[in-house]
Design a protein around this ligand. Structure first.
Ligand SMILES: Cc1cc2nc3c(=O)[nH]c(=O)nc-3n(C[C@H](O)[C@H](O)[C@H](O)COP(=O)(O)OP(=O)(O)OC[C@H]3O[C@@H](n4cnc5c(N)ncnc54)[C@H](O)[C@@H]3O)c2cc1C
Ligand SMILES: *[C@@H]1O[C@H](CO)[C@@H](O)[C@H](O)[C@H]1NC(C)=O
Ligand SMILES: *[C@@H]1O[C@H](CO)[C@@H](O)[C@H](O)[C@H]1NC(C)=O
Ligand SMILES: *[C@@H]1O[C@H](CO)[C@@H](O)[C@H](O)[C@H]1NC(C)=O
Ligand SMILES: *[C@@H]1O[C@H](CO)[C@@H](O)[C@H](O)[C@H]1NC(C)=O
Ligand SMILES: *[C@@H]1O[C@H](CO)[C@@H](O)[C@H](O)[C@H]1NC(C)=O
Ligand SMILES: *[C@@H]1O[C@H](CO)[C@@H](O)[C@H](O)[C@H]1NC(C)=O
Ligand SMILES: *[C@@H]1O[C@H](CO)[C@@H](O)[C@H](O)[C@H]1NC(C)=O
Ligand SMILES: *[C@@H]1O[C@H](CO)[C@@H](O)[C@H](O)[C@H]1NC(C)=O
Ligand SMILES: *[C@@H]1O[C@H](CO)[C@@H](O)[C@H](O)[C@H]1NC(C)=O
Ligand SMILES: *[C@@H]1O[C@H](CO)[C@@H](O)[C@H](O)[C@H]1NC(C)=O
Ligand SMILES: *[C@@H]1O[C@H](CO)[C@@H](O)[C@H](O)[C@H]1NC(C)=O
Length: 691
């Protein structure tokens, strides 16, 4: 029973510390600290766990915390990236996200799209965090919530989907956060009228504001009001339209980034039922035939492409939380996905599921830039730290962008009603753009298209995010103020797919940016609006002259020719394991379970069925909280007549050190019926763990 090994590994560490072996004491402290956080540093784990969470990113660490609240349930997290301890300042200090970023380092997956036909054949880079905390460890810290209308529409898209409604997501986004009002010097610039009942008071993630803001931030809402874009007084209660100052994931006690690891893992006491294994890339799920579909019996992982893979057995469920690229990729290398893709990659088809990797969408942006003579985030940073990076944060080092607005379709284009109905009428013609031979995927495209065209365009929900960036454009371009336009509800959908059976080979990513003409038109109009905003008082007082694109770009054709060379990702890829009906190319149902698999769920940014007018981390936190409650509830309500009496050895030998928040109670441990079936067909490998 390898569960014992799991526990004895812990006592071996304790013994090493107790005898004060001739080791660097700082190293011992470091190890002890990791152990406290349930992070495994010696590779020693048990041979089976109740839940195996694939990916220790934004959603994955929420699930790890919540599912291990029940001390009788064993939880393993397998994370491809390292702990992040070696680069902790770059994670923690907010302004280093701009000036000494982990993007492009080994803590970033650094994906690249295929050459994008409609954006000048450019291949764009797609960063994703590869570290405990995932993308929440490297992102821009905006905490912005979607609109209630969007989430309530999500509830209508899938059978039994009514739980995915605004009230539930709102409650869970609140549960994930602790809100703090701005400090008084910042409040005197921002003048935010925070609605405290829209916020959480004791959740793991800090929702707050920087400790210092440049004066131009205070010009934002007034400038937008001057051109008819109202301020949203309560953007976090489901009315995320109009202009406002967003909350940021910043801990105001020391002006550091608040992310899934610092919020959900670091404060935990040791939990012997929780193990988090870094440097463990999941290479595939081992599936076996079972009643009602196929079941994952174990998970394989390895530290590199050439290393021998290890195997760990799952007692209850695998939860994929590897993000919008990783989760569909893992399904495909495990034989779950579009048959044409799997066959071409030489992967045996276990479950033909045409929607895996499809419906891929992203937010893209371009920005208009002005020269300024005023201070920017960049001038502050480089004038103080040109000769050495900061080692602790300060209020000034927590300055990040947060002035934003979500501008609706009718404020973007003239004769919006006519244009919206033209777009809606083009659904069938537009379906020719879908990169799949399977009719289910085309139906899903149409469902998302219809929802966007018929329900979102003529509503108050923002179609374009327009945001202010005062952080400069790098060390050589410090005196720049920019206004960005980012398309929120694209009609262009793409896909990602594998062309290799190895998870270590990046998937092919083709978002088909701007393949739908309406996207090009509305983004162009958004950029024209950026120019108007920059030329409107009081913000215009900060601008000296427009430097990019500059006065040579005036006509619609000129804007379009310019923008296709200047769009980039806003870092919000999503929908690649969409929660939609199977007949619409869906990958998961309302219970987050992958169609055709009995014990595999996906719970991360890949399951959103369409893009929201928001940055994605707030809805990911809400989704992960909701997923954890749902999963705990499943086993609480399990029918005792079909449940086996034995829980996993590792679980039953675990000592109860977890938190007292055990909502699902003690009943949450019965083995699901499939384990018996898997055992019957004789495929449940006993001691398959290779360490
Ligand atoms: C540079 C950048 C800036 C952003 N800015 C913002 C912002 O300001 N505000 C905002 O709200 N959102 C922002 N986002 C988006 C937001 O961070 C993501 O949408 C969100 O964090 C995604 O959460 P997730 O759990 O789906 O995936 P992730 O947080 O990416 O987690 C996936 C995890 O799975 C791991 N993984 C992947 N494959 C495997 C495998 N085979 N085996 C084991 N582990 C694996 C990854 O290493 C990662 O840790 C930004 C993203 C980036 C990259
Ligand atoms: C992860 O791998 C890196 C590179 O080999 C190594 O430096 C680091 O110590 C490993 N981390 C853990 C927690 O094992
Ligand atoms: C919806 O719920 C019903 C009742 O629990 C169930 O029979 C049905 O299979 C569910 N449908 C889907 C697609 O999950
Ligand atoms: C504050 O938020 C609550 C909860 O969303 C909402 O019911 C209320 O209307 C909001 N109040 C104001 C003044 O916006
Ligand atoms: C910031 O404060 C939190 C407590 O709120 C603490 O856990 C964390 O370690 C601190 N971070 C740094 C870098 O000091
Ligand atoms: C599952 O059953 C099918 C049909 O009997 C068989 O072709 C397939 O090989 C089985 N798959 C596995 C992984 O056992
Ligand atoms: C950094 O330099 C700027 C001058 O550019 C100054 O205003 C600011 O107070 C300095 N301090 C910090 C901590 O940024
Ligand atoms: C989309 O809307 C069109 C026009 O209203 C309708 O004919 C079609 O059935 C809808 N398709 C889907 C998949 O919702
Ligand atoms: C769209 O925004 C404009 C400008 O803020 C506003 O006047 C209009 O009422 C909004 N339209 C809808 C349908 O919400
Ligand atoms: C897979 O696609 C990538 C890029 O999209 C390419 O570099 C690689 O050569 C392809 N591999 C195979 C085996 O076709
Ligand atoms: C995208 O590029 C293709 C190929 O050049 C072209 O046929 C199509 O019209 C373009 N779409 C848009 C919206 O410009
Ligand atoms: C833990 O699970 C075992 C095995 O099902 C059970 O006997 C025991 O009562 C449970 N303990 C708690 C505290 O729930």
């Amino acid at each position: 029973m390898r569960a014992v090994a799991f526990l004895s590994a812990a006592s071996a560490l304790g013994a090493a510390l107790a005898v004060a072996a001739p080791r660097d004491p700082a190293h011992d402290l470091y190890e002890r600290d990791l152990f406290r956080r349930n992070i495994v540093t010696d590779g020693q784990i048990a041979d089976s766990y109740d839940y195996i969470i694939v990916g220790g990113g934004t959603a994955g660490l929420v699930l790890a915390n919540r599912l291990s609240e029940d001390s009788n349930t064993s939880v393993l997290v397998l994370e491809a990236g390292d702990t992040g301890e070696a680069v902790q300042n770059q994670i923690d200090i907010p302004s280093m996200t701009y000036y000494d970023s982990l993007v492009g380092t080994s803590y970033d997956w650094s994906y690249t799209t295929t050459a994008q036909t409609n954006v000048s054949d450019r291949a764009l880079t797609w960063p994703r965090g590869k570290v405990l905390g995932g993308s929440s460890a490297i992102n821009g810290m905006y905490l912005v919530r979607p609109n209630a209308l969007e989430i309530n529409e999500w509830a209508t898209l899938v059978e039994n989907g009514s739980e995915w409604n605004w009230d539930n997501l709102f409650a869970d986004m609140k549960k994930s956060e602790t809100y703090s009002a701005p400090v008084s010097s910042v409040q005197s610039v921002l003048n935010v009228q925070a609605n405290t009942s829209a916020h959480g008071t004791d959740g793991p993630i800090h929702a707050s504001y920087p400790g210092y803001v440049l004066p131009a931030v205070g010009d934002w809402t007034e400038t937008l009001n001057a051109i008819g874009i109202a301020s949203s007084s309560d953007p976090d209660s489901g009315d995320g339209w109009g202009s406002f100052i967003a909350t940021s994931a910043i801990n105001p006690s020391n002006w550091t980034r608040s992310y899934s690891r610092s919020g959900y893992i670091d404060p935990l006491p040791p939990r012997s039922n929780l193990a988090i294994l870094p440097n463990a890339t999941v290479t595939k799920l081992v599936l076996a035939n079972a009643t009602g579909g196929m079941a994952a019996q174990s998970v394989q992982y390895a530290s590199s492409k050439t290393a021998t893979a290890s195997t760990v057995t799952v007692n209850k469920e695998v939860i994929l939380a590897a993000g919008a690229i990783g989760s569909p990729q893992i399904l495909m290398v495990s034989g779950v996905g579009p048959e044409d893709v799997l066959q071409a990659a030489g992967v045996t088809v276990n479950v033909a599921l045409p929607g895996v990797g499809q419906h891929l969408m992203d937010h893209i942006y371009a920005e208009v830039q002005w020269k300024t003579n005023d201070e920017t985030g960049a001038t502050m940073y480089y004038s103080n730290y040109s000769s050495g990076a900061p080692t602790t944060s300060t209020p000034a080092l927590s300055f990040i962008n947060s002035a934003t607005s979500y501008v609706n379709f009718s404020a973007l284009v003239s004769d919006a009603e006519t244009y919206a109905s033209q777009i809606a009428a083009a659904v069938d013609a537009s379906a020719a753009l879908v990169p799949s031979q399977y009719s289910e995927v085309v139906e899903g495209y149409k469902a998302i298209y219809n929802l966007t065209a018929q329900k979102l365009l003529m509503s108050s929900v923002g179609h374009m995010e327009i945001l202010l960036t005062l952080t400069g454009a790098g060390e050589s371009d410090q005196q720049i103020i920019a206004i960005q336009a980012a398309l929120q509800h694209p009609f262009s959908q793409g896909r990602l797919y594998i062309n290799s059976s190895s998870v270590f080979d990046a998937p092919v990513i083709d978002p088909q940016y701007l393949s739908h003409e309406a996207d090009l038109t509305t983004l162009r109009e958004g950029l024209k609006l950026c120019r108007i905003i920059g030329n409107t008082a009081p913000l215009s007082a900060n601008m000296v002259e427009e430097t990019n694109p500059g006065s040579s770009v005036q006509t619609d054709d000129e804007w379009e020719a310019w923008l296709v060379d200047n769009v980039y990702t806003e870092y919000h890829p999503s929908c690649s394991c969409a929660m939609l009906p199977e007949a619409q190319g869906g990958v998961v149902g309302a219970d987050l379970k992958v169609y055709g698999l009995t014990n595999v769920r996906v719970a991360d940014s890949s399951v959103f069925p369409f893009e929201f007018a928001a940055h994605l981390q707030a809805p990911v936190y809400g989704l992960a909280e909701q997923a954890a409650s749902m999963i705990k509830g499943t086993y609480t309500n399990v029918d005792p007549s079909t449940a086996s009496a034995s829980a996993s050895a590792s679980a039953s030998s675990a000592s109860a050190t977890g938190s007292s928040d055990q909502k699902s109670g003690a009943a949450g441990i019965a083995a699901p019926a499939w384990t018996a079936v898997v055992g019957l067909v004789g495929v449940l490998a006993g001691a398959a763990l290779v360490l």
